[in-house]
Design a protein around this ligand. Structure first.
Ligand code: TXA
Ligand code: MG
Length: 315
């Protein structure tokens, strides 16, 4: 299959409407979209990514009211969160309706819904006229793609099209909040922080990694966010044994002969650059990637989460 590269949301929508799958930019990472109501098209996503069948997809909608296209009931908490934040890097897990095929939700009776805050993504969904089931547009196990070139490197020849946009704004995947229980519960940390969620729904709680609640987000158990190189988290440069054949990313400048280095001016820039840096280091066959730890304030909480997952994925 030849993968079409296009800047036209209308052209990508035609491909998806004909039962194809196409990658598209969002404010978090690139997604790989199919008609959520077309089980065969959704199946192609799992095949192209090599994604385990028990890892559910997120429904991407263009309008807040379109939540009802995929959801059975909007809980009171979820309605508050959607109204306060959408469009946003935020996914709300709710009871699914019967129209959504079970393959999209990996047999769960719930579905994650998100209205992205990205013009091209919204244009694409509107041009399709139905919600898009979309995971991140990487091969399963690789870091999420934050530019179309990374999508191309992973999925070229396996998907019908890539809708080309810029490098994604945030660089980390959306915050996932389970709204099916007594209180909203954060299953995956992202750019919408726990503090921000609590300002709208104070009862919101956080499911720490490896808790029973986190296990309700099946994707989190898989090797994720991880490059081929071994990721080592450091607080100070004394922890660097050897810079040779190694890469370094962080806020603090370290003078050592790394084969690839990225000094970031802020936590936001660090998050924005991390997954691309992982891919660059792998392209150079780095043995180790040293990553400076950051404080868990604001976006630092989500960044710390991804750094820790990457570091524990390949020990
Ligand atoms: O920012 C994002 O969320 C990006 C863009 C493309 O929107 N998408 C993304 O999708 O990161 P994916 O499939 O790579 O990650 C989806 C996460 C997984 O951890 C999955 O287990 C969880 O959301 N998830 C999806 N549906 C769920 C459900 N019904 N219940 C619990 N967790 C769910
Ligand atoms: Mg993913």
């Amino acid at each position: 299959m030849k993968t079409v590269l296009t800047k036209s949301a209308v052209q990508a929508a035609e491909i998806i409407k004909a039962g194809g799958i196409a990658a598209f930019p969002t404010e978090t990472v690139y997604g790989l979209g199919a008609n959520i109501f077309d089980a065969a098209a959704v199946g192609k996503i799992f095949a192209a990514k090599g994604r385990p069948a028990d890892n559910p997809l997120i429904a991407h909608i263009a309008e807040i009211d379109d939540i009802s296209l995929v959801v059975k009931e909007l809980t009171a908490f979820a309605e508050k969160l959607a109204e306060a934040f959408f469009p946003a890097p935020l996914t709300l897990v709710l009871p699914k309706n019967e129209r959504v095929p079970l393959i999209a939700t990996a047999n769960l009776d719930t579905i994650g819904v998100r209205q992205p805050r990205h013009e091209i993504a919204l244009d694409l969904i509107k041009a399709c006229g139905f919600p898009l089931a979309a995971p991140s547009a990487n091969l399963s196990g690789n870091p999420s793609p934050t530019d179309w070139q990374s999508v191309y490197a992973d999925l070229q020849g396996k998907i019908e099209a890539i809708l080309q946009g810029d490098v994604t704004e945030i660089g980390l995947e959306s915050t996932v909040v389970d709204c099916t229980g007594e209180h909203p519960q954060v299953l995956r940390r992202g750019a919408i922080t726990l503090e921000e969620l609590r300002r709208v729904v104070p009862q919101t709680i956080y499911a720490p990694p490896d808790s029973a609640a986190e296990k309700r987000s099946p994707g989190l158990k898989y090797r994720h966010y991880a490059p081929q190189a071994k990721v080592v988290l450091i607080e100070s440069e004394d922890e660097i044994e050897n810079a040779e054949n190694c890469a370094y990313i962080g806020l603090k400048k370290i003078n050592a002969p790394f084969i690839e280095t990225k000094i970031c001016a802020s936590v936001e820039e660090y998050a924005h650059e991390l997954f691309r840096f992982f891919r660059r280091a792998d392209d150079k066959a780095a043995e180790k990637i040293y990553c400076q730890k950051v404080s868990e304030k604001g976006l630092g909480a989500a960044l710390t989460d991804r750094l820790q997952r990457a570091a524990s994925a390949n020990n």
